[in-house]
Structure formats: C-alpha cells, structure tokens
Write a protein that binds this ligand. Structure first.
Ligand SMILES: *Cc1c(COP(=O)(O)O)cnc(C)c1O
Length: 472
C-alpha cells in the first residue's frame, strides 16, 4: 500500500474513530461526575506554545496520544462548572453527526454538492421562521457564525434600501444600534464603508436596553448631518448582560421611517422555542431579518447560525453576482443552491448536525434547554442577592448574570473583582469571565451547561468570597 492508500484505509479509520469515541465518552463521564478537576487548564500563551512546539518537534506519533492531549489541554464545556463564554456544550449526538459530515464533506454551494444538506437547511429555516412568527413568504439560510450572519443581514438591508451593489457608494449610509450591541455590528458597518459616524450608537437605560425614547433624536441628528439611515438593529439579547431590547418599539420606529429592522438574536433568539420565555422577543415577527446562533443556546457545535428573512426575495438580493461555472441560471431564486444567498461558497454541512438533534431528541429539547438555563439565571441572581457581600449589575433577563463582590476589603472594587477572576482562571476549577459596564468591572457567568446545578453555583460564590478574603 502506498502512504496515501494507507492514510485512507477504512480499517485504520474504524480503529482511530473507535479509540476517539472511547476517549470522548470518558471525557464526558469525568466532566459530568466532576472527577475531571479542571474546567480550564489555563496556561500562559507562550507556555502553551512551547508545549506544542516540543510536541511538533517529535514528528509523527500515535494519533491517540495527540487526541488525548487535545482533550486534556482544552477548555471543558461539558463540565458543569463551565460558565464562561456563550458557547454551548454541544449535545453528544451532534459530535457524532460532525464525524459524518466531516467525512462526507459535501460543500453545499451548489445543489449537487449538498443533496442532503440543502433540503435540510430549508426545513430548519422554515421551522425557525414559523417559531419566529413569520408567514410562508419567509426564508432563511445557515452561515458560519453570528458575526457573518449579521454582516449578511446588513448587506441585505443595504441591497433593499440602496443601489450600492451596482453603483458603489454615493451617499453616506448609517445604521442605528444600541451602545450595548455586539461589536460585530460596528465591525460590519465599518466593513461596509459607513465609518465611525455611520454607526449610530444609541444609549441604554439602567437595564442596558436601547433607549427607544432617544431614537427620534438620534435619527434626526444623523439625517441633518447628511446620513441616510438604512437600518436599525435590536439586540435580543445583548451580549454583556443578556438584556432584551424592546423590539415592538423598535419595529414601530423602523416602520415610521421605512428602515430595515434587523434583530440580532444570536444568543437570545432561541427563546422562540420556549413557551415560558418567548414573550421576551415580542415584536420579533415584525423584523425584516433575524439572526439566531444554533451554537449558543441550541446545543449545536460551532459554527452554525441561522439568518431568517421575512421576505424570501430579500435573501436573493444580497449577493447578486454572476458565477457561470456554479449556476446555470443566474437569475432564478433557487433555494437549493446555497451559495446564491450566503457569503460562503463552500460551506459546512451544518444542517445535518442540527437535524440530528431533532431526529434523536425531538424539537422540545431546545425549549427545555432554554427554560432550564434561563431559570437557573434567575436562581443564581437570587443567590447573589441573598449574600450580603455580593451585588448584581442588573436583574438578569436570561442565563447571563453579571455580579461582583462588593464588600469593602481594602481594595478598589474593580481591582478586587479583576484579581478574583484572574485567580479563578489560574485555579481552573470554574470558568467564568468578566465584563465592564459603565466603567465598572463585573464578574460574568453565562450558564450554558444544563447540567450545572445550584450546588455548583453556591460553590462558585463561596470560592469568589474565599479568594476575595485571601487577596485583600
Ligand atoms: C455571540 C453574539 C454575536 C456573534 O456571534 P458569533 O457566532 O460568535 O460570531 C453577535 N451578536 C450577539 C448578540 C451575540 O451574543
């Protein structure tokens, strides 16, 4: 056998894959029963680099050994004390589906390269559209992450409101957004040539929601400066604090000035699956476009993001481009050629992973996850409030909770809480992050793991308090 033949050997694959499944199942078990001690085996970047450089110098070795090291040295999202960034511990079935799609590697851009994934993508988009409350004119797509999905939505807004795609920039365009919006909106607007003035950041209230009473003023100011406002973005919810903007009021404002209304529900749009929490996105059905990350609250591995349009034709206006070798008919709106509507040409078969959840566990599992985690956010907030040395930044509306130790140990509170977070990171028994809200540093948890319990949260607060006492 040549080296290449051996590399493709089905028997080797069978063996390697079985070994890996055993390693991963052990990892899951050790995470769940918490015999796995570290949630995050943190190392300084240079130290980690040296480790892997030494590993690389060894050349070809046992692949199992590499897999083992990768598991050991990664951040462990399945550990119930993982409460860091808003990335889901994916359902194990999706990892199995991931092996399937990685090996099949159908590239999706044209129907012939996505015979399964294109129809599944359509079915999943229709499911989301229905949950959002759109009618049958809606359509959607999957793309590589919320950042790219938000850029795509803003491009669709621009295509609907201007002729920039053909004519280039002739007027100064602007979008309106809350100052608490995810930074990718600002980045998207700048990529689109709007500059720093073209991104109009509207202040937030004490719950960190966009001040809808300011919309008129900011809109008029921009118009007077010669900007054409094309779009207003609502956060559902915001990243730092998980605050939901008032989508109904944003929708009414968008309607008044014929603006595109985009809802960034990357994290919190998932409540459309929850009877209990879907009221948070009242007005979402009035949006022109909605982004929801499957890899945040919906238990799918990254990246998998839905972008849903209220009107199917808007999706096709975004990227009007000729690609003779890909599409025989440039002008038809064929749903089955993914690349006509997405930024990506070759694209991952994301729909297969999501669909595997529906097949293995049923749709209701999405709502169950949202309910459990949002409930847990409330429980955690109550625990914080019941302890005299702690305070909440804001009453949580989701599974994102910002809090801090506020007793008057000698230190400045910002320094104290930053030092606590640093110590937690180095100890690695919990993984949480921090955020800065109106100049104040808060500890921040995103409760992403449905196996996290009150016991874990109590242990976290004890630990924060202990570290606080030690370092003061
Ligand atoms: C996470 C997030 C994004 C970015 O999504 P990615 O999938 O990480 O690219 C955008 N907006 C909001 C509100 C988010 O929470």
């Amino acid at each position: 056998m040549t080296n290449l033949q051996q590399a493709f050997s089905s028997e080797n694959f069978r063996q390697d894959a079985h070994n890996l499944v055993d390693l991963l199942a052990d990892y899951l078990e050790a995470s769940h029963n918490q015999t796995l001690r570290s949630v995050i085996p943190y190392q300084e970047p240079d130290k980690a680099l040296s480790f892997w450089q030494a590993d690389y110098e060894q050349g070809k070795t046992d692949i199992n050994d590499f897999f083992k090291k990768t598991i050991e040295k990664s951040t462990h999202l399945h550990h119930p004390r993982y409460m860091g960034h808003q990335v889901t511990p994916p359902l194990p079935i999706t990892a199995v589906a991931g092996m399937l799609t990685n090996l099949l590697n159908n590239g999706m851009a044209v129907y012939e390269m996505g015979l399964v994934s294109n129809p599944l993508e359509r079915i999943l988009s229709e499911l989301l559209a229905k949950r959002i409350g759109f009618d049958k004119n809606a359509s959607g797509l999957l793309t590589s992450g919320g950042t790219l999905a938000n850029l795509t939505a803003l491009l669709a807004a621009r295509a609907a409101k201007t002729d920039v795609w053909e004519d280039g920039n002739t007027t100064k365009l602007a979008v309106m957004v809350s100052e608490e919006a995810h930074y990718c909106i600002d980045r998207a607007a700048r990529i689109m040539g709007m500059g720093s003035e073209g991104i109009i950041k509207v202040p937030t209230n004490d719950k960190l929601q966009i001040r809808t009473d300011f919309l008129e003023k900011y809109y008029q100011e921009a118009t007077e400066k010669g900007f054409k406002v094309i779009c207003i973005v609502g956060s559902a919810c915001s990243t730092s604090t998980g605050s939901y903007d008032n989508l109904e009021e944003i929708a009414a404002f968008a309607q008044k000035y014929q603006l595109w209304f985009h809802a960034d529900g990357a994290h919190g749009g998932a409540v459309v699956f929850s009877e209990k929490y879907k009221h948070k996105v009242k007005g979402l059905d009035q949006a022109d476009s909605v982004v929801i990350d499957w890899h945040k609250m919906l238990m799918t591995p990254a990246l998998a993001t839905a972008l849903i349009f209220k009107r199917d034709e808007d999706a096709f206006k975004t990227f009007q481009q000729k690609a003779q070798y890909l599409w025989a008919n440039q002008h038809s709106k064929d749903w089955f050629n993914s690349g006509k509507r997405t930024f990506e040409c070759t694209k991952l078969m994301m729909s297969v992973k999501i669909y595997s959840i529906l097949k293995a566990h049923g749709e209701q599992i999405f709502g169950e996850n949202v309910d459990y985690l949002y409930d847990l956010g409330k429980t955690f907030a109550a625990m914080v409030k019941s302890r005299p040395n702690f305070e909440l930044a804001v009453e949580p509306e989701s599974n994102i909770v910002c809090f801090r130790l506020n007793n008057h140990f000698s230190k400045d509170l910002n320094e104290l809480n930053s030092a606590i977070r640093k110590q937690l990171l180095e100890d690695g028994k919990f993984y949480i992050v921090q955020t800065s809200l109106k100049e104040n540093i808060y500890l921040r948890v995103s409760l992403m793991n449905p196996l996290t319990t009150e016991t874990d949260l109590n242990a976290l607060l004890d630990e924060v308090e202990n570290i606080g006492t030690q370092i003061s």
